[in-house]
Each structure stands twice: as structure tokens, then as C-alpha cells.
Design a protein. Structure first.
Length: 378
């Protein structure tokens, strides 16, 4: 059974840009979950890096749950406070520390004592606050504004950012020593388009959540809708998928979501076609990247066909591969065999089987004779 992470009281949450559910079905996600749970068992300060809407806070909450810490989980968005307030919010203050401070107040670090403090958008901290945070991490104690006596802490710190901190360090916007303190254990959270195996299970989860609210039952996705979801680039990640499914449930008919019900922007579709062969000038690294992308798209396609219960799946996939390669190679048997990595004799067997050439070896064009000429040249 797939692991599903959601926020407590999810049904009562207001709209936000963060992901409200995360599911680990894709092989890459399963590996990520294993890494997260290994890190959770330690007390290491953790840095989660990922785009907006990928589920960074859900990962942080799971780390806290798996850590066994008995204190609370406290989440703070560093970008939500003004420069004048965040100092007091993080570290607390004594009465009279500044205008309006009529009584002493503990900060978020003290509130999370014995538990986990999650600092989201850590890249937005000012240089002055970065220095103070570094001191807290080094000394494991906090000093309230207007106080002299330090307060000892037992807090597990998990930070997150969608900012490239290496670039921020190079631009003198982030301290390198703080970065190394935060990144004792670093979790790189891939965007949704790189874990395509999670898309359809997440879509079904959101169908169940919002279908119940809209009094819709047994809503399904058409094959075309599944392919549209799998081929889209998801710049808004899980949060965008949630919005798309919510809207589709409102406009769909007969409990079936069609591709036209999906409100996709059309600006972030991934290409469904990959070149058969790399150009001679392509480097090994770029070829590896293309191979990874091809594998992800192929996995997504097979997953969709299995989900839609396609008959004779293996034969259809094999026929599609041979037909496509034969056409891309201009119906040249030698080039097609080379592109597929098989012998020409094996290729000819498949071509006859799928009716692409006659049993006498002819195909109504010059491919057979051209192939023999090229074979003699080789």
C-alpha cells in the first residue's frame, strides 16, 4: 500500500500554495521516503530543498513523527513576517524590550522545545538574523530580546527553501557557514513532473477528497484525461494538481473526467517524443539525462495503459515501437535494426508479423533493396 502524507485537519484548511497531500508510489518517491525515514531517526539538522508545492512541510512533519520526539511540531514561514517582527517571533522578548512589548513572550524556538521547529523559506532570512540563527545552532540556547540569561534548547531544526542557496551564497545573500550547519542532512525533493508515478494516485486521492465534498461518488478518469495529466509539466506541482482535479470535478459529467475538463494552462507540457538516436556531438552526460527522461515517460505511458486495462498490452507496445522506429528511419531496415539494437533478421520477423513488409521481403517501396545495398556496404 502506498504511503500517504496529509496535514492534520486537512478538510478544514483554507486555500494555500503548499501541497496538502503527498504520496509515494513512483520508484523515485519510494527511495526518497526511505531516505527521509533514515534521517528522521537521527537528531541531525535537516535542510529540505524543493520547488513550491512539492510537499516540503509534509516531509518535515513526517520527520518529526518518525523521530519519536515528544514535543510539538512548530512550523514558521520566515517569509511571512516583517524584518522588525521576525526577530522577536523566533527568539522571544522580555517586557519593555521594544515599543509595544508590554509583557514577556516566548519565541518559536522555546515553543518547540522538546520537539521540532520547521523554518520554511529559510533563504528569505536577513543577514543579521542568519548570524543569530547560526549562534543558536552552535550553542543550543536562545536569548530573548531584552534579556541576558540564555535559555537552553532541545529542538530538532528542519529548514526548507525553494531558493538555490549556492547561488545565494555566491551573491552574498546567504552565509556559507549557516548553510553547512543547516545541511547536515539534505533532502532534495524532486518536482512532480520527475515522479510521474505519483500523479495518477494523487489525482485519485484528490478525487476522493473533493468528490465527497461535492457529493460525487465513483468518479473516474478517462484514458485521455490520464494521458493529459501524465504529459503535463506541473509547474505548480502537487498544489496545482489539487486545483486541477477540484475544478474538473465541478465541471465533469456522468462521473467521468474527460481531458477537456482539466484546466491545464498548456504552457508546461513535456514533449512526448524523444530522438531515436543521439547526434554524434552529444555528450555522455546529456545522453544520460535524455535516457532518464525517456524512462520516466515510458513508465508513465505503461502505467496509464495498465490503469485503463488495455488488452494485449505487450503486443501493442511492441507493435508501436517497431512501427514508429520503422517510420522514423524512413522504412530503412538496416537503420531501423541499428536504432532498435537488434539484428536485421529479427527486425524482418517483426515487420512481417505486423504487416509492414510482405512475406517475400518486399514492402511496396525501396526499403528492402536499400537495406540490402547498405548491408553490402557494411
Amino acid at each position: 500500500m502506498d504511503k500517504l502524507l496529509t496535514f492534520p485537519g486537512q478538510s478544514d484548511m483554507t486555500l494555500s500554495i503548499r501541497a496538502k497531500a503527498m504520496l509515494f508510489h513512483d520508484p523515485r518517491s519510494s527511495e526518497l521516503l526511505q531516505q527521509v525515514e533514515r534521517i528522521a531517526r537521527s537528531d541531525a539538522t535537516t535542510l529540505i530543498v524543493g520547488e513550491t508545492g512539492t510537499g516540503k512541510e509534509l516531509i518535515a512533519r513526517h520527520i518529526h513523527t518518525q523521530s519519536g520526539r515528544r514535543g510539538p511540531f512548530v512550523a514558521v514561514n520566515c517569509g511571512a513576517f516583517s524584518e522588525s517582527l521576525i526577530d522577536a517571533e523566533l527568539f522571544g522578548h522580555e517586557a519593555g524590550a521594544f515599543t509595544g512589548a508590554t509583557q514577556a513572550r516566548s519565541g518559536w524556538f522555546e515553543a518547540a522545545n522538546g520537539g521540532t521547529l520547521f523554518l520554511d523559506e529559510i533563504g528569505d532570512l536577513s543577514p543579521a538574523l542568519q548570524v543569530k540563527l547560526l549562534r543558536v545552532l552552535q550553542e543550543r540556547q536562545v536569548v530573548r530580546l531584552g534579556a541576558r540569561q540564555p535559555i537552553p534548547l532541545n529542538v530538532r531544526l528542519v529548514a526548507a527553501t525553494n531558493v538555490d542557496l549556492h547561488k545565494a551564497i555566491a551573491a552574498d545573500r546567504f552565509r556559507s557557514d549557516l548553510y553547512y550547519r543547516l545541511g547536515v542532512a539534505t533532502i532534495n525533493l524532486p518536482p512532480l513532473c520527475e515522479r510521474t508515478g505519483d500523479i495518477l494516485p494523487l489525482a485519485r486521492h484528490f478525487i476522493e477528497v473533493y468528490g465527497g465534498k461535492l457529493n460525487l461518488h465513483h468518479v473516474t478518469l478517462s484514458s485521455e484525461a490520464k494521458m493529459a495529466l501524465l504529459s503535463y509539466g506541473w509547474p505548480g506541482n502537487i498544489r496545482e494538481l489539487e486545483n486541477v482535479i477540484h475544478f474538473a470535478l465541478i465541471v465533469c459529467r456522468d462521473n467521468l473526467i474527460q481531458a477537456e475538463d482539466l484546466k491545464l494552462t498548456g504552457l508546461a507540457h513535456r514533449s512526448q517524443q524523444q530522438p531515436v538516436r543521439q547526434p554524434a556531438a552529444a555528450t555522455a552526460s546529456s545522453a544520460a539525462i535524455d535516457a532518464d527522461g525517456f524512462q520516466q515517460q515510458l513508465s508513465a505511458l505503461v502505467n496509464s495503459m495498465i490503469e485503463s486495462d488495455q488488452p494485449d498490452l505487450f503486443d501493442r507496445m511492441e507493435a508501436g515501437l517497431v512501427r514508429t522506429a520503422f517510420e522514423v528511419c524512413n522504412r530503412n531496415q538496416v537503420q531501423t535494426a541499428r536504432a532498435l539494437g537488434i539484428s536485421r533478421n529479427i527486425l524482418r520477423t517483426h515487420l512481417k508479423r505486423f504487416g509492414l513488409i510482405g512475406f517475400d521481403g518486399g514492402s511496396g517501396d525501396l526499403s528492402a533493396s536499400t537495406g540490402r545495398g547498405e548491408a553490402l556496404q557494411h
